[in-house]
Design a protein around this ligand. Sequence first.
Ligand code: ZN
Length: 52
Amino acid sequence: MAVKNRVIITLSCTTCKNRNYHYARGKKKDKKLEVNKFCPKCRKHTKHKETK
Ligand SMILES: [Zn+2]
């Protein structure tokens, strides 16, 4: 698997700061994204932001 130009992003819940998701994306996109994901700690869908 080619890891070149890919970076692993951690998505953490903005409510409880729990780090719930990891995913790989291209390095070129610099803007931080916010996605609604299910947080097992909050037990509901919350906004997740990427952290390093
Ligand atoms: Zn949460």
